[in-house]
Design a protein around this ligand. Structure first.
Ligand code: AMP
Length: 274
């Protein structure tokens, strides 16, 4: 595995590679969720690039940029064992200059739900993903459904800017009790691990209601809020179509149910596609 820390090193490592390039961008502290993307990309491409970059422009003032878990040594081993060809770990100066040209998240879909709670987050996310997709020269780039709104906005960016890359959505990986894996789960202490399960429980409850024939969005959301009482603060429960438009009734095959809530220190998100 080649470790590239500068743009030149990345270009050098890519030189003369023929065939498809799979790319998995991450912020590191790799877990089984990341690994499932890496494994799928490994199977589906001749070359595999993974990036680890804790992107400052997608963190808001007061968020956990400085304390975000960093585990470069363990991450490097995981990537090596997973058969990654190039691990791209740039520093901030390699990625940004002063007074940059910026792209912005769309005015509606970029400023609801996550975008409303974290205004500016998606601008920074799209900025870095644009850079990373261009740098990697990816044929196929893999993103988790865990960050459903992020995935939808990246798909839109690729469509709107006519970018030559396939965005591949990947299933959410959970622990044995149903908690969606996240690098931020390490912040959960004591009973918070137990209480954090209410997010996935609320989604399971919603799914059961839909399977029993209940399609009314308000009724389902009310029931989800009941299940979410174990969280310290629920930021939103939303039921939208796959393009993130509001729904009054669940449309089976075209719906995403999302939840964001604080449990102890971390703000957790989860969702299910119905
Ligand atoms: P992050 O390091 O949090 O920026 O995540 C990098 C990629 O891994 C993103 O595409 C995430 O959606 C994806 N990811 C994170 N957690 C999970 C999970 N539990 N299951 C599937 N994909 C995930």
């Amino acid at each position: 595995m080649i470790i590239a820390r500068t743009i030149d090193e990345l270009q050098e490592a890519k030189r003369e590679r023929k065939g498809s390039i799979g790319f998995v961008p991450t912020m590191g502290a790799l877990h089984q969720g990341h690994l499932s993307l890496i494994q799928q990309a490994r199977k589906e491409n001749e070359h595999l690039i993974v990036s680890i970059f804790v992107n400052p422009t997608q963190f808001l003032e007061g968020e956990d940029l400085d304390s975000y878990p960093r585990k470069n040594e363990a991450d490097t081993k995981i990537c090596e064992l997973a058969g990654v060809d190039i691990l791209f770990m740039p520093n901030i100066d390699a990625m940004y200059e002063a007074d940059e040209l910026c792209i912005g998240a769309p005015a509606i879909r970029g400023y609801i739900l996550e975008g409303e709670k974290r205004p500016g987050h998606f601008d920074g996310m799209l900025q870095v993903v644009m850079k990373l997709l261009n740098l990697s020269g990816a044929t196929n780039a893999y993103f988790g459904k865990k960050d459903a709104q992020q995935l939808a906005l990246i798909t839109q960016m690729v469509r709107n800017y006519f970018m030559d890359v396939n965005i591949i959505p990947c299933e959410i990986v959970r622990d044995e009790r149903g908690l969606a894996l996240s690098s931020r789960n390490v912040y959960l202490q004591g009973d918070e691990k137990e209480r954090a399960l209410c997010l996935s429980r609320s989604l399971k409850r919603a799914t059961k209601m839909v399977m029993a024939g209940e399609l009314n969005v308000e009724t389902i959301k009310r029931e989800m809020f009941n299940v979410l009482k174990d969280a310290d603060k629920v930021e939103y429960v939303a039921i939208v179509d796959r393009a993130f438009n509001a729904l009054e009734e669940v449309e089976i095959g075209n719906t995403i149910i999302l939840v964001a809530a604080w449990v102890g220190k971390p703000r957790l998100i989860d969702n299910i596609w119905i």
